[in-house]
Design a protein around this ligand. Structure first.
Ligand code: SF4
Length: 202
């Protein structure tokens, strides 16, 4: 955990020209939140409002994410929220694989610095970082523990806004988060070997 290193990284991101997305951005969106957050949320890419403000998840999807956090007693300041690419793809198109790769070291370093207990992927682009070739409809809400961190895939909040039928799934997945964190704490206390451990919630 290091606020100054995270801020230094954000500064580098704000002037980064490693991929074509820098050409059309208004503001880069490095991410915001607690430097020692237990949970890091990783979305897809900044949208229109995020690009204007330099902050992640500030549109309707962001408001919905805030509501979801509130349901489990968390505020945005308690977690860290970022994206797989830090600059807005023009017209909100999908980020391209070369853009995700160019931006990957920033996200890798953010996670290294924050050392979260839980990494929650929102949508398929961040899911693919940890669950390559998986289908989100099949694995959302199923945690996997690797090297002491829970990786937890969820639908992107924007998907639930566009497809109300997904809301139930998103909310059910959110309600499992506190129990997963509690299990991590119990395991840390009992010092059991963590490789290949099954979380009893599933
Ligand atoms: S998306 Fe990432 S790699 Fe591309 S210009 Fe922005 S900060 Fe740099």
């Amino acid at each position: 955990m290091s606020k100054s290193e995270l801020e230094e990284l954000a500064q580098q991101i704000s002037v980064c020209e490693k991929c074509i997305l820098h050409k059309s951005r208004v503001k880069a969106v490095p991410g915001v939140g607690a430097v020692s957050a237990a949970i890091v949320f990783i979305g897809e890419a900044p949208g229109f409002h995020e690009n204007q403000q330099g902050l992640p998840f500030v549109g309707a999807a962001g408001q919905y994410l805030d509501e979801l956090l509130e349901k489990i007693g968390l505020r945005r300041e308690d977690v860290f929220i970022t994206n797989v690419v830090k600059c807005r793809p023009p017209g909100n198109r999908d980020p391209q694989s070369e853009e995700i790769e160019a931006c990957r070291p920033y996200l890798d370093r953010q996670i290294e610095l924050i050392e979260p207990k839980m990494v929650i992927t929102l949508g398929r682009f961040s899911m693919a970082r940890y669950f390559p070739n998986a289908k989100i409809s099949q694995i959302h809400g199923q945690p996997r523990k690797m090297e002491g961190v829970i990786y937890y895939p969820m639908y992107h909040p924007a998907a639930a806004l566009h497809q109300p039928s997904l809301r139930r799934a998103v909310e059910d997945d959110v309600f499992k988060i506190p129990e997963l964190l509690a299990q991590m704490d119990q395991m840390a206390e009992s010092k059991r070997p963590d490789e290949a451990e099954q979380l009893s919630l599933f």
